[in-house]
Design a protein around this ligand. Structure first.
Ligand code: PBG
Length: 330
């Protein structure tokens, strides 16, 4: 070695020398309690059905959902997010607020049979409407204010069934305030709302739409979901939802929206969730299947990255696999 070479003054590599020192200085650690497992509950089958574009993710009849939730619990998962696939759809999503609807029944069964599991329900119309839009359609347009009434009914029926957290994903204006008002009037003032505040119109949802049979039959969702080109507008949505009484703010999708996660985290003092959506999951699974990437290391890198960006809560189809990997690591 040339003795004249200028030696470094600063040596960040000292703290990367071995596993123990790296563990000591690790800034972000993902835990199983950070993860929420989204699940599809179907009324149309008595056997679980794998979703072709989402390997290892199923539509579950209620009894098999209970077994899956028990498995999730044993791995350390503490929350599930339920989506219903009803046997009947109509133009006004009436099966979404039926007390005997698929989600309402599922919530009651989970609450009866499984302790210590947070049951979160998705509040939206698209799985329950024959046209596949997230609200009531009038003159080929989703009518904001007519939809608020339906959303409030859905939220109330979930509350009555025993849901622990209500998650509206429709992107109508004023829905957090409308839902909060109805819940408060009906004695559910302690039931929190996790608002999908910054939900972008995204091509990463397509496997979900196969799974939930919720593809819009005409047009698209650009008239209510955010344009992915906009970050200031996403912050505006988050601020409105906080002012309307949201308890948790969600950013969705996750992986190509980390800048939004970080920006909203910086301006808020309530917990931030992000939804690592179906298309993000399917891409990883497809690459894993081809042996192009290592599932354990990639999944942990993605989830840790989302937490590092500012997400306190991560909703992910990887939840069970990730829990298994996390339990192996530590
Ligand atoms: C709609 C809803 C969607 C997702 C969750 N709730 C899809 C959409 O807006 O079409 C997507 C979730 C995913 O892709 O995993 N209420």
């Amino acid at each position: 070695m040339n003795n004249d070479i200028l030696k470094p003054v600063f040596r960040p590599r000292r703290l990367r020398n071995n596993t123990l020192i790296r563990e000591l200085v690790k800034e972000t650690k993902i835990q199983t309690s950070d993860l929420i497992y989204p699940m599809f509950i179907t009324e149309n089958s008595d056997k679980k059905e794998e979703i072709p574009s989402m390997p290892n993710i199923y539509r579950f009849p209620i009894n098999q959902a209970l077994e899956e939730i028990q498995n999730a619990k044993e791995l350390g998962i503490r929350g599930v997010l339920l989506f219903g696939i009803p046997s009947k759809k109509d133009s006004i999503a009436s099966s979404a607020y039926d007390d005997e609807g698929v989600v309402q029944k599922a919530v009651r069964e989970i609450k009866k049979n499984i302790r210590d599991m947070l049951v979160i329900t998705d509040v939206c119309c698209c799985e329950y409407t024959d046209h596949g839009h997230c609200g009531i359609v009038k003159n080929n347009n989703v009518s904001n204010d007519d939809t608020l009434d339906i959303l409030s009914k859905i939220a109330l029926s979930h509350a009555k069934a025993g849901a622990d957290l209500i998650a509206p994903s429709d992107m109508m204006d004023g829905r957090v305030r409308a839902i909060r008002h109805v819940l408060d009037n009906e004695g559910f003032e302690n039931l929190p709302i996790m608002a999908y505040s910054a939900k972008f119109s995204s091509s990463f949802y397509s496997p979900f739409r196969d799974a939930a049979q919720s593809t819009p039959q005409f047009g698209d969702r650009k008239g209510y979901q955010l344009d992915y080109s906009n970050s200031r507008e996403a912050i505006y949505e988050a601020i409105l939802d906080m002012e309307e009484g949201a308890d948790i703010i969600m950013i969705k999708p996750a992986m190509v929206y980390m800048d939004i996660i970080a920006k909203i985290k910086a301006i808020s003092n309530i917990p931030i969730a992000t939804y690592n959506v179906s298309g993000e999951y399917s891409m990883v699974k497809a690459a894993v299947k081809n042996n192009w990437i290592n599932e354990k290391s990639v999944v942990l890198e993605i989830l840790t990255g989302l937490k590092r960006a500012g997400a306190d809560i991560i909703i992910t189809y990887h939840a069970l696999d990730a829990a298994y990997f996390i339990n192996m690591e530590f």
